[in-house]
Design a protein around this ligand. Structure first.
Ligand SMILES: [Zn+2]
Length: 233
């Protein structure tokens, strides 16, 4: 069953007040014909409960909602007449929604793309199970995005280390090939050797392995110095 069908079932399960029966039915009808005019609708639909019932009817007639698991959010209902579409949109605006209208084939489509607003729409339908499901999927999705973001950041940092490390090792190789490596002072040589032994090590790890007391930034400066010396000449 699609999410749209689940919502429709939930709407059908809820009992309607007597005054709401016709508004709901008319909502459904205007998705199929232009016979009932907006003037008639306005006369009939005045109470808050009836407005909700009317929107439920419209959704039963032509509503569609993309599954919450999908990459994007989309809610729509389609009407036969332009004035009908404007009227439906106007009632939706009463709930703080900002629907847009577009023409597709011979129909006027009233739609929402904002997830927050779609959740509000579902609340107007009093489709509590659907609201819960929609929000639940959204929350899980945003947690997943947070995890992905962290992983991406970690990968970026690893790449940064790898790039810097490559530069260091290139410099060390050059100094060795030039026969200049042994002319480096003992402290620089030690850092260079530690770097060669462990290209993936972070500056902190290199500092910890060093035989003498040195800070992370000390290691950083020494490695940069080695690169600089290698570039000279
Ligand atoms: Zn009513």
């Amino acid at each position: 069953m699609s999410f749209s069908e689940e919502i429709k079932n939930e709407i059908l399960e809820t009992k309607n007040k007597k005054c709401c029966v016709i508004p709901l039915r008319y909502g459904e009808l205007i998705t199929e014909s232009k016979d009932i005019t907006v003037t008639e609708l306005k006369k009939l639909i005045t109470k808050a409960c009836c407005k909700k019932a009317f929107l439920k009817g419209v959704f039963l007639g032509s509503g569609c909602l993309v599954n919450p698991e999908s990459e994007y959010h989309h809610f729509e209902v389609s009407l036969k007449g332009k004035t009908h579409a404007n009227y439906v949109a106007k009632i939706m605006e009463g709930y703080g929604l900002y629907p847009k209208i577009t023409k597709r084939n011979q129909e006027y489509v009233v739609y929402i793309k904002d997830a927050e607003q779609i959740a509000t729409m579902l609340r107007v339908f009093e489709a509590n199970k659907a609201v819960f499901k929609f929000e639940d999927v959204r929350i899980n999705k945003s947690i997943k995005n947070d995890i992905n973001r962290t992983v991406n950041c970690e990968t970026a940092n690893l790449n940064k280390i790898a790039k810097a490390s490559y530069k260091h090792i290139e410099a060390i190789n050059k100094l060795k090939a030039d026969g200049r490596f042994d002319t480096l002072n003992a402290k620089l040589r030690e850092i260079a050797e530690l770097r060669e032994d462990d290209p993936a090590a972070s500056l902190e790890e290199l500092a910890a392995k060093c035989s003498y007391e040195i800070s992370k930034s000390g290691v950083y400066h020494r490695l940069n110095k080695i690169v600089k010396i290698a570039e000279e000449e």
